[in-house]
Design a protein around this ligand. Structure first.
Ligand code: NAG
Ligand code: NAG
Ligand code: NAG
Ligand code: NAG
Ligand code: NAG
Ligand code: NAG
Ligand code: NAG
Ligand code: NAG
Ligand code: NAG
Ligand code: NAG
Ligand code: NAG
Ligand code: NAG
Length: 642
């Protein structure tokens, strides 16, 4: 185990721009979008990977900064970076983190989790390097975790990587944080409490890896809670990385030469408090940079690949129980579907190996010494309704040629309580209504698969927070393997996916609207009550590998459109599952197309209503297309063990 101590760099720079009203005496940017904030290209040979997302602002002047980690992750399985975190000496109510990574050579995509003591604060994954090297920067507003950044902590950064003669790329990382004050910042939670493996005292990461362990913490909380949220962080890895392409369990033996992965393409991440469901998350299907066909994700990475988002649950209706001064059991589960092939389907309490999960409890407290009381009046959690059908086409001799299936799921949940705080009595409630559908077809002995999936939901809390979202996903892929006879192994794919959401009010987490650069027009200081995001990626890609000829190359074309709008609406009384756009004011948008690892179109609207600016178009003829790692085609496509 290593324990590295890093010197802390404190930077205080003078103000050379004009002070901006929104930033409480901080300096305004002289131009809304400049190269310093959004550098696109480092040098002609180093590829700059990026995730399309709205910009995150940190004032360039009058700030304090700390470098938290400078570390190369080489042979780092089981060897996280461990270093001290100490709060800076300046006043701050906002924290923006910059995670910058370089890598060169050949390497898989890796998952990485950052913790402050036992609390996971950031989950990311890596891009796959090229022979000439790659670099990326991801900036993240972490102000919702203010209470953690105000205390000394142990910083544990776990990025498990392996180096050998074939997989040569380490991930060289720099993590820094900028701290500043903002006038109209939302009140961050007073306390953030982890539900995790709690391993920091032995310098180890604290994620639970399901289903090998159960994810349970017994916790006694303060008695003066007035608002409580829970955030779930969960993603599938290994046999569960492509959970959305898993088949009904009754059909895993359709093709004689392969076992398909089961438990259906439906997953639910559950939060249970004292054994009762308090809320659920139907996860967004993240695709990592080596996923399906790696040529999709260079240099544009998949939606959320650099920032695996959490789902939020308002657990305020549990305050009557949680504020009783006794210990309560918090458990996170990941479930799928068992089916018998005859139309009967039920929850599978366990799924494949594995899911990496943690949770956080966000508490806002009442006056010291006060005790919140109350009663839970309604806890109406329906069983999810499933509709699973499947069928096969077969030849006259009985050989199956095509498997088709359809999985539908639906669930409603409503929990209401009355609580009494120093401010009086109020009803607190949490409602979720979610539906899911996936139709899939597998053919060609398991070598070709297509999935069309839709997850959509409406979540609503009595404190004014509501989120409606839809995650359509279409993925087709096929492979042929002639490598045994010295020929090519090829994979081809097509995808079209979106993450659309509309959020009104405020849950526990930071919103992209809070993190935008200040507007040039001080009158338009944000009065938004929420935001909406429309984010779509589509494209085609191919991969060819020939071991005899030492070829491993992937070509592809990926297009992405991203639009962030500020919403001024009030909470919809009847939240519908399909987001209703059109009331919002567009604040930021980007349209980018990358082909064969070069950006061929890139239009970005600045935040300031000055029309579109065109970013540099990267033409990179010298770029090496070689060097994609392959861990076995089934592993790569999620169609079976690697
Ligand atoms: C992020 O950090 C990197 C390396 O430390 C630096 O080069 C880059 O300018 C920073 N980006 C922003 C937006 O602060
Ligand atoms: C990463 O760091 C290692 C060790 O410090 C160094 O040898 C290597 O050149 C660095 N690679 C990149 C791409 O910066
Ligand atoms: C973090 O853990 C260390 C011990 O490893 C402890 O001294 C410190 O108080 C903890 N910080 C917080 C905020 O709990
Ligand atoms: C949590 O408490 C329950 C009793 O309520 C006990 O059975 C269980 O072992 C405890 N679990 C952990 C992880 O401490
Ligand atoms: C055909 O597929 C079904 C399930 O999808 C399976 O039960 C059956 O055993 C398969 N038949 C053969 C001959 O593989
Ligand atoms: C069934 O027929 C197909 C097509 O003629 C053939 O490829 C396959 O080997 C046969 N399977 C068996 C089990 O005889
Ligand atoms: C519980 O919720 C279902 C719909 O999800 C609804 O039909 C039923 O009336 C509710 N029951 C109560 C007691 O509110
Ligand atoms: C639960 O509370 C919400 C918000 O206060 C309210 O709209 C809803 O009608 C309540 N549900 C029931 C079944 O009383
Ligand atoms: C199954 O594998 C055998 C041996 O590798 C091969 O001969 C046969 O063609 C395969 N069958 C299918 C349907 O792919
Ligand atoms: C194998 O792939 C290489 C590179 O794309 C291509 O030049 C060659 O024609 C392919 N061979 C076959 C038999 O398809
Ligand atoms: C993405 O889809 C649009 C149609 O909505 C199509 O015009 C475009 O060519 C597609 N882009 C790619 C890279 O396939
Ligand atoms: C295979 O190709 C890679 C990348 O071009 C090169 O570094 C390596 O030396 C080649 N290996 C062999 C055995 O030719």
């Amino acid at each position: 185990m290593q324990f590295l101590f890093l010197g802390i760099l404190l930077l205080v720079v003078g103000c050379n721009g004009e002070a901006h009203p929104r930033w409480n005496g901080q300096c305004a940017l002289s131009s809304p979008v400049d190269e310093e904030v959004f550098p696109r290209q480092v040098s002609s040979n180093v590829l700059r990977d990026f995730q399309v997302t709205a910009p995150v602002y940190a004032p360039p002047d009058a700030k304090c900064e700390q470098t938290l980690m400078v570390h190369s992750f080489g042979n780092s399985y089981g060897q996280p970076f461990v270093g001290p975190y100490n709060p800076p000496s300046c006043d701050f109510n906002r924290v923006v983190m910059n995670f910058t990574v370089t890598s060169k050579g050949r390497q898989f995509d890796r998952l990485a989790l950052m913790y402050l003591n036992d609390t996971e604060v950031f989950r990311t994954s890596t891009a796959e390097p090229t022979a000439n090297g790659i670099i990326w920067t991801y900036t993240k507003d972490m102000s919702a975790l203010l209470s953690l950044f105000k205390e000394p902590q142990k910083l544990i950064f776990d990025l498990g990587n392996l180096i050998d003669q074939t997989y040569t790329g380490p991930f060289n990382t720099t993590l820094s944080a900028t701290y500043f004050m903002e006038a109209n910042t939302p009140a961050a939670a007073d306390m953030v409490i982890p539900v995790s493996g709690r391993m920091s005292s032995s310098n180890q990461p604290s994620a639970f890896v399901l289903p090998a362990v159960t994810a349970i913490n017994n916790l006694t909380l303060p008695r003066n809670i007035k608002k409580a949220y829970f955030t779930l962080s969960a993603c599938g890895q290994a046999n569960e990385e492509f959970w959305w392409s898993n088949v009904p369990s009754s059909t895993t033996q359709t093709f004689s030469n392969t076992t398909l992965l089961g438990f259906s393409p439906w997953r639910e991440v559950q939060l249970l408090i004292d054994g009762s469901i308090a809320g659920v998350a139907w996860p967004f299907p993240v695709i990592f940079t080596g996923g399906v066909v790696p040529g999709f994700w260079r240099p544009i990475v998949g939606i959320d690949a650099f920032d695996l988002k959490e789902d939020e649950i308002d657990i305020s209706p549990f305050i009557p129980i949680l504020a009783d001064g006794k210990s309560h059991k918090f458990e996170i589960r990941v479930v799928g579907i068992n089916d018998d092939g005859k139309g009967h389907a039920s929850i599978a309490e366990t799924v494949g190996d594995n899911w990496v999960v943690t949770g956080k409890i966000f508490l806002w407290l009442d006056d010291k010494g006060s005790t919140t009381t109350g009663i839970m009046s309604i806890r109406n959690v329906s069983n999810p309704e499933f509709h699973v059908i499947s069928g096969t086409q077969r030849l006259s001799n009985g050989t199956n040629t095509t498997l088709t299936y359809s999985v539908l799921a639906q669930r409603n949940l409503e929990i209401n309580s009355t609580i009494k705080t120093s401010e009086g009595e109020q009803v607190v409630s949490w409602r979720q209504s979610i539906s899911f559908s996936n139709t899939g077809e597998v053919s060609d002995g398991g070598n070709t698969e297509v999935n069309s999936q839709m997850t959509s939901g409406a979540h609503q809390s009595s404190n004014g927070y509501s989120r409606i979202y839809s995650y359509p996903l279409y993925v087709w892929n096929t492979f042929s393997d002639n490598s045994a006879s010295g020929g090519n192994l090829t994979i081809s794919g097509k995808m079209d996916r979106s993450k659309d959401e509309e959020v009104l009010g405020r849950g526990a987490l930071d919103t992209p609207v809070d993190a935008l650069p200040p507007s040039g027009d001080s009158d338009s200081a944000p009065s938004y009550t929420g935001y909406s995001i429309r984010n779509r990626q589509n494209g085609t890609a191919d991969l060819v590998q020939n071991n005899a000829k030492n070829i491993s190359a992937s070509s592809g074309e990926t297009e992405q459109t991203y639009e962030l709008s500020g919403e001024a609406g009030s909470l919809p009384q009847n939240a519908q599952a399909v987001p209703d756009y059109g009331n919002g004011k567009e604040l930021y948008s980007r349209h980018v197309i990358a082909k064969n690892a070069a950006v061929i179109l890139d239009k970005e609207s600045p935040v300031m209503d000055e029309g579109f600016i065109a970013n540099d178009i990267v033409s990179n003829p010298g770029l090496q297309m070689l060097g994609y790692p392959m861990a076995g085609v089934r592993g790569m496509l999620g169609r079976g063990p690697a």
